[in-house]
Design a protein around this ligand. Sequence first.
Ligand code: 1AE
Length: 415
Amino acid sequence: MSYCVASYRCFDEKADFEKKALSIAVGLTVGSWTDLPEAKKAEMDKHLGRVLSVEVHEVDSTNTERYADIRIAYPDINFSADIPALLVTVFGKLSMDGCIRLIDLHVSESFMSRFPGPKFGMHGVRDQLGVSERPLLMSIFKSVIGHDLSGLREQFYNQALGGVDLIKDDEILFENPLTPIGKRVETCMAAAAEAERVTGQKLLYAVNLTGPTSGLVAKAKEAIDAGANALLFNVLAYGFDVLHELSRHPDIRVPIAAHPALAGALYPSPYYGIAASVLLGKLMRLAGADLVLFPSPYGSVVMPREENLAIRDALTTDRLETDYGAPADLRPSFPVPSAGIHPGLVPLILRDFGTDVVVNAGGGIHGHPMGTAAGGRAFRQAIEAALAGIPLQEAASRPDRQELKTAIDLWGSRE
Ligand code: 1AE
């Protein structure tokens, strides 16, 4: 028998947590148990959820509220091997039933075997760019709505000149008459080629794949036919299964960057929702995201550092352990800590993520007083200094690092 195992944290001042765990294990599988005749019990046994552990944490001197960590195993035969069926089984109705949070999820080897994971992953993205070791730099288009193709082209070219490795659309740029996806890709890829002649650097442009679900594959193909070499996708607005369908599609042969829009409705509460490491880590990787954006602990939208590191581990550990000891291989996804990032934060990001990270910024590039291209260069200088272990203030004192100095003077630095 194979099982997927869900871990929950459940808060209650006086509940009998053993009883609660049993009611979840039974309620989300066979529905009722004690009332069944013995013959029926034997027949239903293979469908019955199992309580694996209940760890109760009583109120202590630090006045922590009373809670229990509960682990329940769900038989794979109860649900089809897809993420919607898994999520509805382990946290469908239960997500609305009191103070309960899904804190971890392990899928069985047999479930995992149905998911190829990222088509390119971290190493594939590096191969496409020809950058094997240093952290990558991504820039985000800002102020895109209402601009025509020539406005976008200029912004793209300036971002590319700054030495970024990837440029992504803003997630709020949808299909529109001024910059429709095919024309946008043609325009931006031409600007990328022109910038490459100056910088000698390749880049990926993640164009935002939007519109009704039924048209997404056609839109992706249109973008790829027009020259797109990456896609951006607002995964949570559509669902993990839509990402899975796109990433496994044989005609979609470009990396997919997963945007976390809407994630804040699901992960931040300690009492409800789904832990960030599951939502933006394990499930994104399982569903095939090559790069995953999420808030960092340091910028304008923050998440606790330990949650950030848990996302990192879920995206990058070499072998994702399944619950029954069987390791399964999925390519690692690139972590992309984001939101309000400026060059002065680079040392902290590299301390947490090492070199396998994409440093990502919108305002921190376009808002540079010397212009967008200088904004990119300031980041590249910060990355170079942090890799060499040189404090940013010291690195910025070199005359050829005016861009970094200007950025630090404006936004400060944290080491
Ligand atoms: C967590 C997502 C960040 C994002 O998509 C975005 O657009 C950030 O922009 P800045 O860097 O905060 O300007």
